[in-house]
Ligand binder design. Structure first.
Ligand SMILES: Cc1cc2nc3c(=O)[nH]c(=O)nc-3n(C[C@H](O)[C@H](O)[C@H](O)COP(=O)(O)O)c2cc1C
Length: 266
């Protein structure tokens, strides 16, 4: 496979593609960049994205699939800070369903998060069936009742047993479960990164989300019945989960966190 194509008329031999390649796939030849070793290319697309002259193409990350950034309005410092800090974990949802199109848009953004060696490797299960979530809630509560976590979640168990209060899925209409191959060591890290993108994007679609940590705990228990309930394949593992829906309320202020704890070594 001819991995890289260089348009010699357009190439100005600036070497940016070579400097940018983290895997040392390219070197400068007499007619511009040349491939030294194409098996190391992991399709990050940096070589094509950085070229000032659209002179280089890469079969693993084709130029035709890249979006021109020249008209992208960059957020200023304050806008970026407010955008990041205004994401909230949503724990009260409207019952209104979210369309498949919108959910697809939401999970599609997760593909663009950074992953180890651009390995990606995630699949998503999108649960739109609230009745199924009610079944998962009952199973989760049963597991929490017998879990070492019980003292921490006693109140959640009690309020579920008393009036059906859902502190596992927060009565959200949807759950997004990220899975990877069982033997994929980067699955969890890649899921955290990808679901963070999803959570940050959700408010732009009018949606809210919240990490479903209690559910993750329950589905992670050996032989958890939740694996069967959600049809998790034998060779897959659950590496992350978030609930999603339309938020019932909006926030009026940005919250604060612990003071910054950082050490600079100069
Ligand atoms: C790994 C992880 C698991 C979490 N699990 C739950 C959960 O099971 N239920 C819940 O209501 N919130 C859960 N959260 C949300 C956190 O409680 C929340 O991020 C934190 O309180 C800060 O609030 P904020 O996200 O609104 O800034 C989880 C967050 C993370 C990162």
């Amino acid at each position: 496979m001819n991995l890289i194509t260089v348009n010699e008329e357009k190439c100005i031999n600036c070497g940016l593609c070579i400097n940018e390649c983290s895997e040392g796939v390219l070197k400068m030849g007499s007619h511009g960049p040349e491939v030294i070793e194409n098996t190391r290319c992991f399709a990050c697309g940096h070589c094509t994205a950085i070229c000032p002259n659209t002179a280089i193409d890469n079969k693993k990350s084709p130029l035709k699939d890249q979006i021109d950034l020249k008209d992208f309005p960059k957020l200023n410092e304050k806008q970026a800070e407010y955008f990041l800090r205004s994401r909230r974990s949503i724990r009260n949802y409207k019952t209104e369903p979210v369309s498949k199109e919108k959910l697809t848009k939401l999970i599609d953004i997760a593909r663009f998060a950074p992953t180890a060696g651009n390995s990606q490797g995630l699949s998503f299960i999108v649960v739109q069936n609230r009745q199924l979530l009610e079944q998962a809630l009952e199973l989760s509560i049963q597991m929490l009742e017998n879990s070492p976590l019980r003292p921490l979640v006693e109140e959640s168990i009690k309020s579920y047993r008393k009036d059906g209060h859902d502190s596992v899925f927060r009565s959200a209409p949807n759950l997004i479960i990220a899975t990877s191959d069982k033997d994929f060591p980067s699955g969890r890290n890649n899921a955290v990164s990808s679901l963070t993108y999803l959570e940050l994007y959700a408010p732009s679609l009018g949606l809210g989300s919240c990490w479903a940590g209690l559910f993750e705990h329950c589905i992670g228990i050996e032989n958890s019945p939740l694996l069967k309930l959600f049809n998790i394949a034998e060779d897959k593992k659950v590496v992350g989960a978030v609930m999603v829906g339309y938020p019932k309320y909006s926030y009026k202020r940005l919250v604060d966190r612990n003071p910054l704890d950082a050490t600079f070594i100069e």
